[in-house]
Structure formats: structure tokens, C-alpha cells
Design a protein around this ligand. Sequence first.
Ligand SMILES: Cc1cc2nc3c(=O)[nH]c(=O)nc-3n(C[C@H](O)[C@H](O)[C@H](O)COP(=O)(O)OP(=O)(O)OC[C@H]3O[C@@H](n4cnc5c(N)ncnc54)[C@H](O)[C@@H]3O)c2cc1C
Length: 233
Amino acid sequence: MKVLIVYAHPEPQSFNAALKNTAIDTLEKQGHEVQVSDLYDMQFDPVASRKDFNGKNDTTFFKYAKEQQFNYEQDTLNPVIKAEFDKLLWADFVILQFPLWWFSVPAILKGWFDKVLLFGGIYGGQYGRYDTARLAGKIGMISTTTGSPEGSYAPNGFSGDIHEQILFHINHGVLYFSGITPLEPFIAYQVSHDEQERQQYLKVFQQKLENIDNIKRINYPKLAQFDDNGQLK
Ligand SMILES: Cc1cc2nc3c(=O)[nH]c(=O)nc-3n(C[C@H](O)[C@H](O)[C@H](O)COP(=O)(O)OP(=O)(O)OC[C@H]3O[C@@H](n4cnc5c(N)ncnc54)[C@H](O)[C@@H]3O)c2cc1C
């Protein structure tokens, strides 16, 4: 399998780095091919701007999605964005490795979503969305860490349900919107607290990646199950 790890942490000695390194070692030992986009190391620019495009569709009104489509079709995307896009098409399995920041991804990873998941190249234009988007057939997985304790992410916890409220916008709104079937996320809670727990998390993560086929898929409804107003039939 071809695996792309999109990794967003600024510190190479962080626990997120340890998870990323565990993933690389484990996957390569299993015979998978691995590429890593280390966004901080690349100094990936998350700010959407005209600099993302070498061609210009409309010089009077900057509409980001239209410029994405035009520049994708003309092959005039900024080469950094094009290279990330090509890695996505190459991958069968995409892992997003990041610390939970403000109940979401660090801004650098949000910028990667904005820029690389191209309108006209992944969704929209000739492609659909959800199960009809371009990346259909691929799998993806969030691997994240939190500062708050596990109980706070239960349905009655002070953070809110991590699956239904916190990570839904990434699993459903980013991965599945692009066609990718999300796997159940790997979550390491409150990782600054206990060395033994951290070792255990690394072990569990390794075991999961040794058995990718056994990781539960999140099966969201298919687009055809909704009516023209976007409601489940
Ligand atoms: C802007 C911002 C917003 C945030 N928002 C939230 C939020 O919404 N919700 C929330 O819950 N938390 C939040 N946090 C906290 C954040 O999620 C945690 O700080 C983060 O998940 C911890 O992961 P880390 O990789 O940065 O840990 P680190 O602090 O890098 O590492 C934790 C410990 O693991 C050790 N370690 C490193 N490698 C290994 C290894 N191989 N084996 C064992 N130990 C190792 C490190 O030395 C360190 O002691 C936020 C933090 C910031 C900065």
C-alpha cells in the first residue's frame, strides 16, 4: 500500500513526532511505501493567496476555487501545491498526524486542506463530492493527541464527544467530502502526563498499523441517499 503521512507539529522531539516515526517504521516494516509531508519543516504556507497560482483566470475578482480549477486545468498551480496534490493521488492511505489545537487541526494543516484539496481537481467541476469525489476508494485516518483528559471527550464530558462533535468536521467534512473513507481515529489523550501511558499509546498505534484491514471504517451515507435539498430520503 502507498501511504502519505501529513504531519503537522513544529517540534521534532514532540510526542506527535514519535507517533509519526512509529507510523513510518511500522508501515515500512510491513512492506508499505511511505511518503511524509512534514508541513512545518517544509514551511508550508497556509495562507490562501494569488501566489498559489501562476496563471490568472480573473484578474479583477479573486475567487479562490475558480482559480484552483483554472490553474489545475492549465497546469499552472504553485509547484508546492501541485507536488502535494500529486502525493495525494499517489496514496492509497492518508494519515493526518497532528495535535488537537482549538478542537481542530493546527492552522498549517487547515491551510494544506484549503490549498491541496482542489476545487476542480478533487471535488466540483468534473468531480462530485463525498463518495463521488475524486479520492473515492482511498482510506484515511486521523491520528491526534490532546491536552485534556479522555473523559472530557466522552458525550457528557466538558470538551464534547470527540467522534461526533470534535473530529466530525475532519472525518466527514474533509476526508469523506474528498471521497476518502475515514478509519476510526487514533487518539492519544493528555499525552503530557504519564510516560508509561505514552509508551502504551505508541505500542497500540503500532499494533493498529500492523493490522490496517482490522481498523473499523466509518461508513457515512452515500450522496445518492440524499434528495435535491440535501436531506436523507
Ligand atoms: C494552540 C493550542 C491549542 C490547543 N487546543 C487544545 C484543544 O482544543 N484541546 C485539547 O485537548 N488540547 C489542546 N491543546 C493541547 C495540545 O493538544 C497538546 O499540547 C498536544 O496534543 C500534546 O502533544 P505534543 O506532541 O505537542 O506533546 P509534547 O508536549 O511534545 O510531548 C508530550 C511528552 O511526550 C514526550 N515524548 C516525546 N517523544 C516521546 C517518546 N518517543 N516516548 C515517550 N514520550 C515521548 C515529550 O518529551 C513530552 O514530555 C492545545 C495546545 C495549543 C498549543
